[in-house]
Design a protein around this ligand. Structure first.
Ligand code: ATP
Length: 617
């Protein structure tokens, strides 16, 4: 059995085998481009207590292994694998991956590799010192046949390949973490906790490792959720690679889908129809337009007021609305003016009710009420919320109720600087106390230096909030972990945009499948989609993106792109009125700055920024 593992050393894997068998220690350690695995070979699958001991031992033995960049081997990156020689089939149990002998090849699958050769060599060398009692075994190098699978020899690389190899190290987060990231992954929080920090500092990476850490120490389901529909699916793919043994124990779903599924499980009917909701609002606007246009003529400003302030904060009475601080809203309203807005809200509510409709806030409100009436039968061991800055206060209250009280149950991850919707709150407004349990990550790992420098120009000088009213860290103050990168700018009339985009795709060193084209409004998306179609460039709307590399350029608005990253990003900004142009100028400018910052920080290596001079279409 071990010989099957040792045979892989010809392909650049390292195997360290115990001198003497011991039922509470791993039989071998396997180190390769997929990371580090402690391997036990046993007739029967280990029970939980034994698996926990094996895992802890392996984690402790490997603790302190470092990468050449000074990162530490994540405790959560050590896998436990049980090989069952007699079994026909084996099921993973959450603590370890179980494999029948015939399935051993799964350990070496190329799609699980994420470390470069020098990183593997570095780990193996340090592991030898940390694993007394284990002997490194190798097949003789003369038996070496093929080039190591998934590994590259630096001397043999052309410049292009070298660039490609550098990209791959972006996945090393599956094995190596910054010491601060590592600390947050395993820290014990005696209540709700919060991770904030500027774009690209690894907040999601930490959240995924933490999920694995918590799953290893608990039973029952765990939940990862965000506001954006497709984001959880993309992160789910990464998580399955990080923690294949956990199968579906961690649920990845967006907030509203979760709420709807939950309500349906309680036989509560939800009637959510975006088109009809818009009509309900438009009809209300027709009635109240005259009383509000002197304050602000664009109806979407008031639509946002209802969505993010009145309903989003769960306000029930005019008295509450008069008292509330409308953080981030540009139009100041005295109590008489708020009364006028309230009437618009009441008519809108009336219209929804008449049509038997629910809007997005209603769904969250209903789920909150239902959870308060009767909590989940099987509570989540932990709830992790990503991109929390764009969730409404009502959504936060629901999540807090869902997670329940207790240590390590609720983790909120976000960055106030990346808020792409208007309206603001503090976590304490939702009754979520995080004092003493707030972490700020400060090292940007995603963006190459030139890209980061470009993105920092969108960093407003305003004070950055840590999501709870205290000072946070802005993108301009982030430490950069990468060098290099390329940025290009273009400005011209719309007529020349097709040629400019084609040229951008041509000069980009990155394949189309790793490239995203980001705009700021839905109508701009239609425009760039039509350009790509005419140029025969295959593309996929980010609405349907689930993390696969299908060779197509991904296109979408910044609202869809947030939380994601791509090797190359092309941004098309139409004129100066891109973001939330409906709001009064200060608010619009701030929102626009944040949206630009989010768009620019999606790029890892190559960023092209195009400004279309004439917005007329
Ligand atoms: N420890 C690490 N080692 C190597 N790369 C890392 C590490 N942590 C993060 N990264 C890289 O940085 C990228 C960004 O990480 P992540 O998405 O977790 O950041 P974020 O703070 O959530 O970003 P944003 O707020 O912009 O969505 C990852 O895709 C990964 O490539």
């Amino acid at each position: 059995m071990l010989s099957a593992l040792v045979a892989r050393t010809a392909d650049g894997w390292h195997v360290l085998v115990r001198h003497e068998p011991h039922d509470k220690k791993a039989d071998a350690f396997l180190i390769g481009p997929s990371g580090v695995s402690a391997v036990v070979i046993c007739e029967h699958p280990p029970d939980d207590a034994t698996a926990q001991i094996l895992l802890r031992q392996a984690e402790q033995r490997c603790a302190g292994i470092r990468s050449s960049r000074g990162q530490v081997l994540a405790r959560t990156a050590v896998h436990l694998v049980a090989i069952l020689p007699g079994a026909h089939d084996a099921r993973s149990d959450g603590l370890y991956r179980a494999l029948a002998e015939k399935d051993i090849d799964k350990l070496f699958r190329r799609d699980t590799t994420h470390l470069e050769r020098r990183e593997v060599e570095g780990i193996a060398e340090q592991a030898r010192d940390r694993l007394p009692g284990y002997l490194p075994l190798r097949v003789s190098t003369t038996e070496r046949t093929a080039e190591p699978a998934g590994l590259l020899d630096v001397e043999d690389l052309t410049e292009d390949q070298l660039a490609a190899a550098q990209q791959r190290s972006f996945e090393s987060w599956m094995t190596f973490l910054h010491p601060q990231q590592q600390a947050v992954v395993t820290r014990n929080y005696n209540g709700p906790a919060r991770i904030s920090g500027p774009a690209g500092t690894g907040k999601t990476v930490v959240a995924l490792h933490r999920l694995r850490h918590l799953a290893r120490r608990s039973s029952g389901p765990l939940l990862f959720t965000t506001f954006v529909r497709t984001l959880p699916l993309v992160h789910q793919q990464s998580f399955h690679r990080l923690a294949p043994e956990l199968g579906d124990r961690v649920e990845f779903t967006n907030l509203h889908a979760w709420a709807r599924g939950f309500l349906s499980s309680r036989n509560k009917e939800v009637n959510l129809d975006s088109r009809r909701i818009t009509t309900a609002f438009s009809l209300a606007w027709t009635v109240h337009r005259e009383s509000l246009t002197d304050l602000e003529p664009t109806h979407s400003y008031w639509e946002t007021e209802i969505d993010r302030v009145i309903k989003g904060r769960g306000l029930r009475t005019l008295e509450d609305y008069v008292k509330v601080t409308r953080k981030g809203r540009g139009v100041r309203l005295d109590s008489g003016q708020r009364e006028r807005v309230w009437r618009l809200y009441q008519t809108y509510q009336h219209n929804l009710h008449d049509r038997g409709l629910h809007d997005y806030n209603d769904v969250l409100g209903m789920a909150l009420t239902e959870l308060r009436r009767e909590p989940l039968e099987t509570p989540y061991a932990a709830v992790v919320v990503d991109e929390v800055q764009d969730i409404t206060l009502l959504g936060l209250r629901m999540l807090n109720e869902l997670a329940g009280d207790g240590a390590n149950r609720l983790l909120l991850v976000g960055d106030g600087q990346q808020q792409v919707y208007s309206g603001g709150w503090r976590l304490s407004d939702a009754g979520i106390p995080v004092q003493g349990r707030g972490e700020i990550l400060r090292v940007n790992y995603r963006n190459r230096a030139k890209v980061l420098e470009f993105a920092q120009r969108f960093d407003a000088t305003n004070r950055v909030d840590d999501l709870d009213g205290a000072a946070g860290v802005a993108l301009r103050d982030v430490e950069s972990a990468n060098t290099g990168g390329t940025t290009r700018s273009w400005q011209g009339p719309e007529l020349e945009l097709p040629d400019a985009l084609s040229a951008a795709l041509r000069i980009s060193p990155v394949p189309p499948g790793q490239t995203a084209l980001i705009v700021f409004k839905q109508r701009d998306l239609d425009c760039v989609a039509s350009i790509l179609r005419k140029a025969d460039v295959p593309f996929l709307d980010l609405k349907h993106y689930q993390g696969d590399d299908d060779g197509k350029v991904k296109i979408g608005t910044v609202h869809r792109a947030k939380g994601l990253d791509f090797q190359a990003v092309l941004v098309v900004q139409f004129g100066q009125d891109d973001a939330g142009g409906e709001a009064p100028e200060d608010e619009a400018r701030e929102l626009r700055g944040r949206q630009h910052l989010v768009a620019a920080t999606r790029a890892r290596d190559f960023l092209w920024w195009g400004v279309v001079e004439s917005p007329e279409r």
